[in-house]
Design a protein around this ligand. Structure first.
Ligand code: SF4
Length: 199
């Protein structure tokens, strides 16, 4: 697989926020979202043995396969090998490509309605604060999931003045909190790794 990076940190977002995990970022994505804050394009080819050897250097047994879009490359065989080694395998996907069915946890952060996944454990929607969040949330509500969260959009990729960006992010957070209080089926997901200054 073409790997962008492998690193050890705390999961910053969603259901497993705060848990130590080994992150495997696969290179490439089938979408090109304007607010994308991930440099996933670069990478180098690694064999499954090389990737697993790298993952084993760290003590956590929680592996987060992220991207880019993992559905472009992730195989059932690779997931099987990790699980046989005792890893809990979480995949973070935009939901537009199939994901091997043997993963332990599917976190879907949909960017379009073209979701092809048969199973979603967690749905994590961006709260854009653009006046259309109510209708956007309603569109995704039919997707069954064990955990639902809304994550305030970080405007850093689209608002380049620091002060303006800070004000915009603060307003988006306040509006997201108000939205969740009115729609309590959803919970708040923060990008805590950014707040803590970790990866
Ligand atoms: S789906 Fe995710 S990784 Fe792909 S372009 Fe959009 S935000 Fe970036």
């Amino acid at each position: 697989m073409k790997i962008n990076e492998i690193f050890y940190s705390l999961q910053g977002e969603g259901r497993f926020a705060g848990h130590a995990a080994v992150f495997v970022r696969l290179s490439g994505c089938n979408l090109a979202c304007p607010f994308c804050d991930t440099q996933h394009q670069d990478g180098r080819e690694m064999t499954d043995d090389e990737i697993i050897g790298e993952i084993r250097k760290y003590p956590a047994r929680h592996a987060v396969i992220t991207g880019g879009e993992p559905g472009l490359q992730l195989t059932r065989e690779f997931v099987d090998r990790l699980r046989l080694d005792g890893y809990f395998v979480q995949v973070e996907t935009n939901g537009t490509l199939p994901i091997p069915p043997n993963v332990d946890w599917v976190t879907c952060s949909p960017k379009t309605l073209d979701i092809v996944l048969e199973r979603v454990d967690e749905i994590k929607l961006l709260f854009h604060d653009d006046g259309h969040d109510e209708e956007r949330v309603r569109l995704y509500e039919p997707i069954e999931a064990r955990h639902r969260s809304l994550q305030p959009c970080d405007h850093a990729m689209t608002v380049h003045d620091d002060d303006e960006c800070h004000l915009r992010n603060a307003a988006t957070l306040a509006n997201c909190i108000a939205f969740i209080k009115a729609h309590p089926a959803w919970s708040l997901s923060l990008q805590t790794h950014k707040m803590l200054g970790i990866r």
